[in-house]
Design a protein around this ligand. Structure first.
Ligand SMILES: C=C(O[C@H]1C=CC=C(C(=O)O)[C@@H]1O)C(=O)O
Length: 471
């Protein structure tokens, strides 16, 4: 098979990389990009398991205009828990690598060439429980092979960090062989959907409702204005969960959501989130306020009535307005001007509808995507209001460790463009176990039972994507 990556060109780039590594006395990133014939991103993710188990990433947004699939890892960036400068640390590490990089021709489209994909934990100061091991305060991979699928075309990038004494010829050959094998496997890949049977353990539901009741009382007493409280359910299955199969289902069942899958060794954080944290495209920032929820109707009429009810419900509007206020303030600190509609509209996904207000801003010179992620995380749709108070209250009140749930998950390219969603409607797969998460915004007049029912609706997307049925 003739490789779509030109052997001569890759060889030349690696050779330059090794020479510069020798001159500068440090490793040099080499990145080669090619526009190629269409490749199915879900198949690419699935076949990547053979050569790179535990090092795959998948990311796409609701319009499916940009899909990124990372296979293998050319470089790892990570920050330990309790690092209060984790956003800055990642940004510095990434810029340092880019300063020592050689990018071949054709890396002209955003999301191609050197791109890192990964995320942050919700709270770096919460004690980690064992099932989140491997998902640190911040962790990003520069994939060895990156597939970028956009409306305008499909690109493949190969990345390698060269050192002075590497065997250039052998490395180029190995990379191209792996690459050809991925493409060949993709062409013959048949997605399977094996039957799954599982049991769900919903422990401490009464304790969770009690926490909601106490939080609502404290809010009425002026301790804070809003807090998002989440809970975790454990799902045990007869056979190992397969991230590739689950992504296939999420892709067909949740067409209006971001989809993500981030593997760390034998675990995978996966989900279908309806909520963007922030996107940067050239000098524009885009964020969304998504908070306030009601179920979908069984008929079109009922659905419309429920939507009307939500648009006029004072408790939900208050919950939503706190999010708008905070996002507006945070965006203003990094933008020359911003646009925020006066009133929310509805955002409907398969199982639930939300109040939605998009926010657009023109970036001030020098405001980076990661600095905007830091300003926004967590918005009151995931944390509460005021922000710092809510984070410390969540740390104390929630029995679970959120890990990467409700935290920023996304990508950044070498131009500084990229996008982060918040990791909700998500779960952590760990062999035959899955831990699923759902939370609700609590205000003074929140009712514990209705909030509990809302978490059940928010668990549905992941439960149905796990496939099969409850035993
Ligand atoms: C925290 C979650 O949802 C947030 C996003 C949209 C609506 C929400 C709400 O109405 O409470 C939550 O703020 C979750 O799904 O786990």
């Amino acid at each position: 098979m003739v490789s779509v990556i030109k052997q001569q060109e890759l060889h030349e780039l690696l050779y330059q990389g090794a020479r510069q590594a020798d001159e500068r006395g440090q490793a040099i990133l080499v990145s080669q990009v090619r526009k190629v014939a269409p490749i199915d991103p879900l198949s690419f993710f699935s076949v990547g398991k053979k050569h790179f188990p535990g090092e795959r990433t998948y990311w796409t947004e609701p319009t499916r205009e940009t899909t990124l699939v990372g296979i293998g890892s050319a470089y790892k960036f990570s920050v330990d828990q309790e690092d209060e400068h984790r956003f800055d640390t990642i940004e510095k590490q990434w810029n340092a690598l880019l300063e020592n990089s050689i990018v071949g021709p054709s890396a002209i489209s955003s999301g191609t060439g050197p791109v890192i994909v990964g995320g942050f934990s919700f709270d770096p100061f919460k004690a980690n429980v064992s099932h989140w091991e491997g998902f640190s305060a911040a962790s990003f991979l520069l994939p060895a092979f990156l597939l970028t699928v956009k409306e305008e075309g499909t690109w493949l990038t190969v990345n390698h960090v060269t050192t002075r004494d590497m065997d250039v010829k052998q490395t180029a050959e190995n990379m191209l062989n792996l690459f050809d094998s991925l493409i060949e496997d993709c062409a013959s890949y048949n997605p399977s959907q094996e039957e799954q049977t599982y049991s769900i353990m919903e422990s401490d539901t009464e304790a969770w409702k009690k926490t909601v009741k106490e939080a609502a009382r404290d809010i009425r007493n002026g301790k804070m204005e809003k807090i998002v409280l989440a809970r975790e359910v454990e799902v045990d299955s007869k056979r190992k969960f397969n991230p590739g199969e689950i992504l296939q289902r999420l892709n067909s069942q949740q067409p209006d959501s971001f989809l993500f899958a981030i593997e760390r060794e034998n675990k995978c954080f996966i989900g279908a989130s309806p909520e963007r944290l922030v996107k940067k495209e050239e000098d524009k920032f885009f964020s969304t306020c998504l908070a306030g929820s009601i179920k979908r109707g069984k008929t079109a009429e009922e659905d419309e009535l429920l939507g009307e009810e939500l648009l006029n419900d004072e408790k939900n509007l208050h919950e939503h307005q706190l999010v708008v206020k905070m996002i507006r303030d945070a965006m203003e600190t990094g933008c020359d001007f911003i646009q925020v509609p006066e009133e929310p509209v509805l955002y409907k996904v398969r199982d639930i509808q939300h109040l939605y207000t998009p926010v657009v801003g023109k970036a001030k010179y020098g405001t980076t995507l990661i600095s905007m992620v830091e300003r926004l995380h967590p918005t009151p749709a995931l944390g509460g209001y005021p922000k710092d108070r809510a984070i410390s209250e969540i740390r104390e009140r929630e029995i679970m460790d959120r890990g990467w749930y409700a935290a920023p998950i996304g990508w950044i390219d070498s131009r500084g463009d990229g996008e982060f969603a918040v990791g909700i409607r998500s779960g952590l797969l760990d062999g035959k176990k899955a831990f699923l998460f759902a939370g609700c915004g609590i205000v003074g007049d929140s009712d514990p039972e209705s909030e509990y029912q809302e978490t059940r609706i928010k668990l549905r997307p992941m439960l149905s994507a796990l496939g099969g049925k409850e035993s």
